[in-house]
Design a binder for this molecule. Sequence first.
Ligand SMILES: Cc1cc2nc3c(=O)[nH]c(=O)nc-3n(C[C@H](O)[C@H](O)[C@H](O)COP(=O)(O)O)c2cc1C
Length: 512
Amino acid sequence: MSNRNIEAAFNYHEQTKHSYQSVRTDPHYLDFPNQPIPFKTYSELEPIQLPRQWENTEITALSAISPLPITINDERIPNLNDLARLLYFSAGVVKQRSYPGGQILFRAASCTGALYQVELYVVCSALPDLPAGVYHFSPKDFALYRLREGNYRTVVAHASGEEPSLMRAPVVVICTGTYWRNAWKYRARTYRHFGWDNGTILANLLAVGFALQLPTRLILGFVDDEVNRLLDLDIDREVALSMVSLGRTARQTAELPTEVYPLGLDALPPSEVEVDYPAMRVMHSATCLVSASEATLWRGQTPDQTPPVPEGPVWKLDPRTETAADSIEEAVRRRGSSRRFENKPISFQEFSTMLYCSAQGIPADFLEPFGVSLNHWYIIVHAVEDLPAGAYVLHRHNWELELLKEGNFRSKSGYLGLGQELPADASANVFFLADLTSILERFGNRGYRAVQLEAGILGGKIYLAAYAHRLGATGLTFYDDDVIEFFSPHAQGKSTIFLLALGHGQKRKLLS
Ligand SMILES: Cc1cc2nc3c(=O)[nH]c(=O)nc-3n(C[C@H](O)[C@H](O)[C@H](O)COP(=O)(O)O)c2cc1C
């Protein structure tokens, strides 16, 4: 199916909506004995241990989350230590907790249901202390496993239609999603979760990249088959979702494309039985690009998403990125989705700073010029000092919040967030909404991948900004159409993409 046949994305989105009715009549139950292992394990390869001794970087977490892109003309080649840090603070195991049924190894970035279906791979040229190759990152033993030896940068650059940052990147991190590992709980909705859960990882990766002063860029325009083949993926189970270029070489990659042979490596099956939900594979294949020229044309020209001029009262945000001194490493180490919120207010400055940090630009090939966004910030405020409780929309170009309707919407928030207590008790709920029509018209079905991924990154940035303020946050799911109805008429024609609640988190309880 072609990327241009955008009925595919509309259909998938429609089919996977939650409503009060659909959730209550759903017979699905969790088959715990068949729960997938949250790690990909290659049985025949030897681990290359990654170093674990780092000083914290000096740039504060808040600056690292909301930077301008680094433009340097010099060479900037990360070493193994840098790579280890980038991988640890974006997808490493940072905490472990025991509970009656076993143990959860929590990662550096939140993931729906703690199922951790996103894997990271590294494609690099020779680094000071790591030979050129294609590697899989294994968070379980904090090691790399070499899948291929040699310089395969050209393959990635070719797949992207010679995207400029990839032509000079000594390191490329490729993120994949393994369907069953999330579909065990969420079934066909997993394709949305691929975007969210890949996004939270990318929020961390981009922030750590900035803290290490490495030029970074998120690339979504690439020929899927070429990248999947490079990683030797079984595409019925696992697919490449996104990639990030890291660092800069003095010269562009120039070697001819390397021959990519199948590896036939065995990875342990995640469960005894896997259930197939074809809708997510159909959706993915409809987002695929098939030629380098298609990838080149796919980049840039982001459709304008500026909201209409405010008609209601406005409040100017008052962000203070200098107030929280934590490094990005400290913020990540303190992380953990809030399982309960204390019903008390956050300050206007904290709130402003979290929104400001999330709404700064992301260096990405589908967000041009730098600073534009596919998603809109619609917010229900319950308890923010000096701000009336009510529903708002953010105007990012001048950092103003427009009041859409005033009132106490705690119980409405609880309902919209799938009838959970978390959104009712939070100080505020940020709903990411998007105009799918203009996005899909410009980017085809792959625009759906982009908009979900961007929402995950924006949510991930709010998570990080909340930790830096010693506050809490959690991703949440929602009744799609009821959210749009609540924010209408302003939100008419938009779709609900993601929800994030924030506030004073209470001491963590275990399972969600
Ligand atoms: C995109 C996303 C959606 C989530 N949805 C819910 C939810 O609806 N209800 C809930 O209690 N927790 C939700 N969570 C929280 C996860 O359950 C939590 O991230 C997971 O258990 C891992 O814990 P950690 O975030 O502390 O690492 C969500 C998290 C993310 C990232």
